[in-house]
Ligand binder design. Structure first.
Ligand code: CMP
Length: 141
């Protein structure tokens, strides 16, 4: 089925001017970027977005990192988009990511791993709603 997923191009990637290269991976794979905005996350926004990780040891580091530079938030649309996007990103740990994936090519570490993607239909719905209104999501016919 056609799905939508929430993607974030993270500060380590925006800082290295990799937005276009990452978008090319997604577009070349047939995902449509149907919503996109470059923003600076506030601390409360980053804490709320990652609330499920608030008890993890890396939570503080994760929030500091996510507010350190602008990010690009986007809605990707396509057949099986949630799983497809996760394949294109590769494993969270770049050392374990498959050849050709975004994280294999660009990620610096487990924390500075260049991209985020929703991991289920439920999180996709929540995460898209966190950043976008329906009016800002504009698929081509
Ligand atoms: P993301 O897909 O955005 O979801 C949670 C993030 O936490 C994850 O990507 C990583 O960037 C970060 N993360 C996960 N594990 C670790 C870790 N061990 N150390 C630092 N950051 C981590």
């Amino acid at each position: 089925a056609v799905e939508r997923t929430l993607s974030i191009i993270k500060p380590d990637a925006t800082r290295r001017n990799l937005t276009g290269k990452i978008n090319a991976v997604y577009e070349d794979a047939g995902l449509q970027i149907v919503g996109q905005r470059r923003i600076r996350l506030t601390r409360p926004q980053a804490e709320a977005f990652y609330a499920e990780h608030k008890d993890r040891p890396f939570f503080g580091e994760l929030v500091e990192f996510m507010i350190s530079e602008p990010v690009v938030v986007q809605v990707l649309q396509g057949e099986n988009a949630i799983a497809r996007h996760r394949e294109l990103m590769g494993a969270t740990n770049p050392e374990k990511a498959d050849e050709g994936t975004v994280r294999k090519q660009f990620a610096l570490s487990m924390g500075e791993n260049s991209v985020h993607g929703s991991d289920s239909p439920e999180s996709a719905r929540r995460e898209i709603g966190f950043f976008f209104s329906e009016l800002e999501i504009l698929p081509c016919a």
